[in-house]
Design a binder for this molecule. Structure first.
Ligand code: THG
Length: 266
């Protein structure tokens, strides 16, 4: 599973003050811990700081890069913030989180992805909004894949986000995301999925349990990437167990390694 570590996010009450005060040690601790726990990308988000978002994301990227070789994921709808982050990249190929099929956003973000050869998370939404059904989401995924690959983005650099919405607000939202994942991975096996988990449980008690159930169902449908908290040891254990069950982890070697390292938590 390609894990995008979600902890460096200005919407988190515990993290926002560190971004506010430019507290490098606190940010670096989160970056290092997530990288050590298995994150392939470190997501950075300063979206709560209107006006100063570009300078704060640039600072976040530089601060993170001082302690890890992992590439970042820049979590912003703003082309200005995305550009500021890309400009200071010196790790591997970064990930833009995200592009959509909204005309203005697509036209602003695509040139940045091409200029900096970045990977892209593509959200299944357009100027008409977020489709309710898997059919509607898959149609947008296909259009985004056609437009992006047509512009020169390799299919394997595209991460489709099926849009996870709370099952408490629509009984079909879980299945809409899961069926979108299944269809994308069936029709475009070389494309990846990048799926947030936590929205699915919004408004319900024992949210972690609901997130865990969704994770396994989505992995069974082909989800190979997710935005999540890699410091959640139970969630990580569940990923390793599911990979063993789904034949992704041949002979359970990874699972057994993690167990020997004392990392499997029941
Ligand atoms: N898709 C894409 N990008 C995304 C999301 C997505 N970026 C933002 C979000 N969703 C993923 N990032 C986070 C970061 C932190 C938390 C959840 C998602 C989180 N939330 C706690 C909760 O929900 O209970 C607590 C909030 C708090 O402590 O203030 O930890 O879907 N492409």
């Amino acid at each position: 599973m390609i894990i995008i570590g979600e902890k460096i996010n200005s919407t988190l009450k515990a993290v926002r003050p560190a971004i506010e005060k430019y507290d490098a040690a606190a940010i670096q601790s989160l970056a290092k811990k997530q990288a050590d726990a298995g994150a392939a990308f470190i997501d950075v988000n300063a979206g709560m700081f209107h006006g100063t978002e570009p300078e704060r994301v640039a600072w976040l990227v530089e601060t993170v890069q001082a302690v890890t070789d992992k590439p970042f994921s820049i979590d912003s709808p703003s082309a200005e913030a995305v550009a500021a982050a890309l400009k200071v990249n010196r790790n591997g190929q970064p990930l833009i989180n995200s592009i959509t099929d909204e005309k203005a956003r697509f036209d602003a973000i695509l040139p940045l992805a091409l200029e900096y050869k970045a990977k892209l998370i593509a959200l299944c939404m357009d100027d008409t909004g977020m489709p309710e059904t898997a059919d509607g989401r898959f149609a947008i995924a296909e259009r985004l894949i056609a437009k992006l690959t047509g512009a020169g983005v390799p299919l394997s650099d595209i991460y489709i986000d099926p849009l996870v919405r709370p099952v408490s607000t629509g009984p079909r939202y879980g299945v809409a995301a899961i069926e979108t994942i299944r269809r994308v991975k069936t029709e475009y096996p070389d494309a990846h999925i990048a799926c947030g988990l936590s929205n699915v449980s919004f408004g319900l008690p024992a949210r972690k349990l609901v997130n865990q159930a969704f994770l396994v169902a989505a992995m069974a449908a082909g989800m190979d990437g997710a935005i999540l908290d890699p410091l959640d040891t139970k969630l990580m254990s569940l990923i390793w167990a599911a990979e063993a069950l789904l034949g992704i982890d041949e002979y359970c070697l990874e699972y057994l390694d993690k167990f020997r390292e004392g990392l499997i938590e029941v």
